[in-house]
Design a protein around this ligand. Structure first.
Ligand code: PFF
Length: 445
């Protein structure tokens, strides 16, 4: 019998990996970043980074995961790496906790907004009212905490069912659903009066906007969106069979992840221009600008409900991969049962998430380095842990790991050395480490 610790089908491999990559980063963060950094120029820079940095680092994580066949804490040791490289595992586990801590709060808001949209926002429609409502919701003492916990319960129920019956089954079901809902939204958006203006903003390049800040934001966004730098893809690729082509899977994941980000932008910008809204409204964009747009459309309640279901689906398949990083370590390193590991990890994440949710209300006076707890978790993971993990993983696979292992893993079975080995290795050796170090340093300035 096939072990539960591998994905059963090729479709399952793609659905789970794309499920990890596609999330709030694509639908919530990408349009806002793109809007704030000059639209089309940002998009081009983003695509460039996905190709020269993203795909090679995904390949590097896949090589480590499949060659070792184990979790992020054990993988480097199993490949004979020294302590420095083993610290990637510790950083990955820490990043998983931090990202779960703020991400599940936003996912909880999405669940709340599914309910709100379905009930027509209680008759509230103007943007000012929706602005106030968002502030009230995130600051209230119980409501966002309750939704965050509800989200975590769903997440850990799926995770507790294991790799095939939990992760793979839910990804196979939810990822196609996500594409269908997003495609419906794109068509609707392209039929709006502001479609031409929105599309020009997104696709007509204006290179004067491409300054250093925009480049750095585009690179950071590419890493977060592709789920690289913290071992989520090491963990998933330890469940790949020998027959899975790593380069092809990396390429498909990057392409579909970028497609979803572009589709989300196609949904949002024409709608913004049609309704005279600001594309650079920031993290609030999805929660206040979009509902005001939906509410003014015929059938707005249905559109709104579908949109927030889409965000919920996207975030669930991403948090599943984040939690699996830690659960696989507990099972593999500490020999815990999956049920026990799920309970312990679930409990720890819930404490982090509750504190981070309360940091918009009861704990808003509590700041560390001038940031509330939610922003601190976001800052530490995106600006420090992911880039540091990305640099270390690239150097390890590019310079330290035996060349024969890299070449064997990147070459599909039955082929002689793949043509992709040389370009991927070149990017990992000479391009990724200095480029990622640049985000790391400038991100801290
Ligand atoms: N890639 C996810 C997104 O774009 O929302 C976020 C994420 C998931 C980051 C898993 C890191 C990770 F390991």
């Amino acid at each position: 019998m096939q072990s539960d610790k591998t994905f059963a089908t090729r479709f399952g491999v793609i659905a789970a990996t794309v499920g990890s990559a596609v999330g709030l980063g694509n639908i919530w963060r990408f349009p806002y970043e793109c809007g704030a950094n000059g639209g089309s120029a940002f998009l081009l820079a983003y695509i460039g980074f996905v190709i020269v940095l993203g795909i090679p680092v995904i390949c590097a994580e896949f090589v480590v995961g499949r060659a070792s066949g184990t979790n992020v804490a054990g993988a480097f040791r199993k490949l004979g790496a020294g302590r420095l490289w083993q610290s990637i595992g510790v950083m990955g586990i820490t990043a998983s906790f931090f990202i779960m801590g703020f991400y599940s709060v936003v996912a909880g808001w999405c669940m709340d907004y599914i309910w709100q949209s379905a009930t027509g926002f209680g008759g509230v429609a103007s943007q000012t009212e929706l602005h106030t409502r968002f502030d009230e919701i995130v600051a209230s003492p119980l409501r966002p905490v309750a939704w965050t916990i509800a989200f975590l319960v769903v997440n850990f129920m799926v995770i507790s069912r294991g790799v095939q019956k939990g992760i793979e089954r839910i990804s196979n079901l939810l990822m196609p659903l996500l594409f269908v809902i997003l495609a419906v939204f794109c068509v609707n958006s392209l039929l709006m009066p502001g479609a031409a203006e929105g599309m020009a903003f997104l696709f007509k390049p204006d290179f004067s906007k491409l300054d250093g800040d925009a480049l750095l934001s585009a690179m950071g966004q590419a890493f977060f969106s592709l789920s690289v730098g913290m071992g989520a893809l090491i963990t998933y690729s330890s469940y790949f069979s020998k027959k899975t082509s790593l380069v092809k899977t990396a390429g498909i994941t990057a392409a579909l992840d970028t497609l979803v980000a572009v589709m989300a932008a196609i949904v949002i910008f024409p709608a913004c221009f049609s309704f005279g809204q600001e594309p650079a409204a920031g993290p609030r964009l999805v929660f206040e600008v979009l509902p005001s747009i939906f509410m003014s459309l015929p059938g707005g309640q249905i559109w709104g409900t579908m949109f927030f279901i889409l965000l919920f689906v996207a975030s669930l398949t991403s948090t599943i991969s984040l939690s699996e990083v830690v659960i696989a370590c507990m099972e593999g390193e500490w020999k815990m049962s999956r049920g026990k590991a799920t309970l312990i990890e679930g409990g720890a994440v819930t404490v982090m998430a509750v504190l981070s949710s309360l940091s918009f209300g009861a704990l808003s006076g509590w700041t560390i380095f001038g940031m509330n707890f939610f922003n601190l978790l976001d800052f530490l993971s995106s600006n420090i842990l992911l880039p540091a993990g990305g640099v270390l993983i690239s150097i390890y696979v590019g310079w330290v790991l035996d060349r024969r292992i890299v070449s064997r893993q990147l070459t599909p079975p039955g082929h002689t050395r793949s043509v992709w080995v040389a370009p991927v290795s070149f990017c990992l050796r000479f391009i990724a480490p200095p480029a990622i170090l640049a985000i790391f340093i400038f991100g801290l300035l």
